[in-house]
Write a protein that binds this ligand. Structure first.
Ligand SMILES: Cc1cc2nc3c(=O)[nH]c(=O)nc-3n(C[C@H](O)[C@H](O)[C@H](O)COP(=O)(O)OP(=O)(O)OC[C@H]3O[C@@H](n4cnc5c(N)ncnc54)[C@H](O)[C@@H]3O)c2cc1C
Length: 475
């Protein structure tokens, strides 16, 4: 019998499991995909928002600024790439300037520190490429950028180091309420019993809720598309540049990423299919037009990738965090969910501590994760030392991002090690560069096959059926 069973290994399942791993509890995460961070937590803007957007009184407002504050310590403990670079919301007219004032006032009510409204000249000193038609901007110094999948992987890795169990390829397909526990059935035919269920299934939270109780909310997937630009463009802006938000969200942004690329997007489109992550010419054109309204001199020839993510938009228009007979929904976690996750996790953990009547804290909880070697960031002296100990760090596999074989092997043999080509990419970045894995992809497949002792053709790109090779051609 488990104390807590978490459904879904996105940033919510990750941060809650890490919080719970501080207690003497038997906790398990079931994830339907073959890796963690494979839902919305891998496809978003990667911004740790300051917290002025959400209407005061909402759960989004309650958790955003608090989560933002918590990330410095978490990133430090878990070796997650995170930079507090600040953000601007731009106004292009006197009318929009009124909106900035409203956001500023809202930010104060939401507890956001270090905000100010700057005029065009002042913005230009920080952002030389800002559009000449900008009138003013709300500057929030606490906003940051993060590696969203690194955050999710880091949190789960640390939760597992502290005793949490994880089962991949385990889609929850039925939940039965018993007297004082739940019986959960997964797609592998396994059953699990748990006193508490936490539903962190992203866009599927309403479906999962319906397995056991009629669901009072509905999740509508709201798709957002992006361009990733090559690192040549990464220095076009120094901060996160938003436009004034509208009914559908925070609008199109221009931002550097933690790894030095430039990101443009997202748009906002309600769709019917919870798996539809397609990008479309029409919407990508819209993003180009909006992004170049904010920032001059973006070279649109430098696009290296497009992608889309699905916001879990609840018809309640807020996060849904609710306990029904020890079945806890953490649903409708749209933006700013990534930013808010640690603060939500802290509160959900308090709910569980109360339900389980004060379980003991672990005295030996280890908040730190084993650091990753990022070879190219080391001094020449350190590089030599590492190669002396392990020559695989002397072989560059990804020439765009300069990733060594040693880093790839390490990503395969960690707790929740990579088993797919994209899994390696999300952990240590080979294939993230200009050639998008065109050159290093086959080498990574070979390394995976060797390290996992599996046939080459069984190594997939990402999801379970995303095979790359079907068999030998010349037998
Ligand atoms: C376009 C876009 C931009 C965004 N930008 C930002 C931003 O800049 N800053 C920010 O703070 N937030 C942002 N967000 C929001 C943020 O990405 C989400 O709030 C967050 O990732 C949600 O995490 P989650 O764990 O709830 O969901 P997910 O990451 O989707 O995780 C849910 C998991 O549950 C699994 N699952 C589903 N059903 C089952 C089942 N039956 N059994 C087992 N497992 C199951 C899924 O496979 C998935 O892995 C953005 C979102 C989008 C789409």
């Amino acid at each position: 019998m488990y104390d807590v069973l978490i459904i879904g290994a996105g940033i919510m399942g990750a941060s809650i499991s890490r919080e719970l791993s501080k207690y003497k509890l038997k906790t398990i995460i079931l994830e339907k995909e073959n890796d963690v961070a494979d839902g919305t937590s891998k496809a978003n803007s990667a911004i740790i928002h300051a917290g002025y957007d959400a209407k005061e009184g909402t759960l989004m407002a309650k958790y955003n600024a608090k989560g933002n504050e918590m990330y410095s310590k978490i990133a430090d403990e878990l070796d997650i790439p995170f930079k507090r670079i600040g953000s601007f919301v731009l106004a292009f007219s006197e009318e929009e300037k009124k909106h900035l004032n409203m956001l500023y006032e809202r930010g104060l009510k939401n507890g956001v520190p270090q905000m100010e409204i700057l005029n065009f000249e002042e913005i230009k000193k920080i952002e030389p490429n800002i559009s000449d038609s900008v009138v003013a901007g709300l500057y929030a110094k606490t906003a940051g950028i993060i590696g969203p999948w690194e955050a999710t992987i880091g949190m789960i890795e640390n939760a597992m180091d502290n005793g949490v169990e994880l089962v991949l390829n385990s889609e929850v397909i039925a939940i039965e309420k018993k007297d004082n526990f739940y019986k959960v059935k997964d797609s592998k035919g396994n059953t699990y019993e748990s006193k508490i269920i936490i539903n962190c299934a992203g866009v599927y939270t309403d479906k999962v809720h319906n397995f056991v109780y009629p669901c009072e909310y509905k999740i509508i997937p709201r798709r957002g598309q992006y361009f990733v630009m090559d690192k040549n463009e990464g220095k076009k802006v120094n901060t996160v540049i938003f436009q004034c938000p509208n009914k559908l969200g925070k609008g199109v942004l221009v931002t550097p990423t933690v790894h030095g690329n430039l990101l443009l997007g997202p748009d906002s489109q309600d769709i019917l299919d919870k798996e539809d992550k397609a990008t479309t010419t029409e919407q990508l054109e819209f993003i180009k037009e909006r992004a170049t309204k904010s920032v001059k001199n973006i070279s649109l020839r430098e696009v290296i990738r497009t992608f889309a993510g699905l916001r879990a938009e609840s018809d309640t228009e807020d996060f849904v965090i609710k306990n029904t007979n020890n079945f806890i929904d953490v649903a409708g976690i749209k933006s700013p969910g990534l930013s808010a996750a640690p603060a939500i996790a802290e509160d959900v953990s308090k709910m569980i501590v109360e339900i389980l009547e004060n379980p003991l804290k672990k005295e030996d909880f280890n908040p730190f994760r084993k650091k990753q070697i990022r070879f190219m960031e080391l001094s020449n002296e350190n590089k030599k030392e590492i190669i002396k100990k392990d020559s695989s760090y002397g072989r560059i596999i990804c020439r765009c991002e300069n990733i060594t074989e040693g880093e790839i092997i390490d990503s395969i043999h960690r707790n929740i090690g990579a088993t797919t080509v994209d899994g390696v990419k999300r952990r240590c970045r080979p294939g993230m560069g200009r050639c998008q894995g065109g050159f290093c992809g086959p080498r990574i497949q070979e390394i995976l096959a060797k390290e996992l002792n599996k046939p080459l053709e069984s190594i997939v790109l990402d999801g379970e059926n995303s095979y790359i090779l079907t068999g030998e051609t010349k037998k």
